[in-house]
Design a protein around this ligand. Sequence first.
Ligand SMILES: [Zn+2]
Length: 281
Amino acid sequence: MKLMTIYAHPADTITNCGGTLARHAEAGDETVAVILTHGGRIHPNKYAEEWRKDDPDAAIVDADVEAIIANKKGELERAADIVGISRIHTLDHDDAMSTVREDVVDQTAELIAQEGPDVIICDYPLNAAYTTNTHTAATMTALAAIGRAATFLKNLDGSAEVNVRQVFFTSYPTFAADALSVNGVRNDLYVDITPVVGKKIAAMDCFGSQGYDGLFARKLIESNNGEHGRVAGVNFAEAYVRHFNETHPLLPVTDAALAADPLTRHVTYSEIDLRASYPTR
Ligand SMILES: [Zn+2]
């Protein structure tokens, strides 16, 4: 299987689905990351915190946009190596992007046509009126590009149509364990990232320029992936909303459901002391 991620910022790929990508890489699947913006404005901790000092380091606070982008790309490349991303496509648009642009849809559709992914992972698009949310604009761009790539004709576009088989949305902000509790959309698929949680921490530790290393990496994974893991019955999980319905020949029951022991699951999914196992450097 070939997976493609399409996200607004470099670190989004790791925070949202880095564990899933690591598991697929270990299973021999190819993963490709598309990053729409350079991400220089999102959590610019390295630069903003230095500015606040009485005697700031000129080499840091005088960094221009090229230096900021180059540093962020270095962080991304190190993180990608850790989780096993095969290839990165960075489009380097300014992350002030607040709407869908035709030229970015074209660029993204061309990458979909070039790579031909089976599945795409991107953020769940929140309310599109909230235009300061670059993540929503990124997913609107991705969905438009998926639609555009599906209509490519070899004689007109140079490449034939690409049919993406499934889109998995990340970052949907609910923690419901069943279809009834929230009367609406919920995360309906979990990937157990417990076996690779150390890789996700190490990958997040690469993003020092935005303060994602150290304490934040552990906080995010303990709380967010930990709570999704509680719902999923495992120590740590990444959560998804499936875009398309699934078709099966028979009603499915998952291996995880068959293996679950309601009596002990809350104990077994609480076994790992993340901060003791993966201390900050
Ligand atoms: Zn982001």
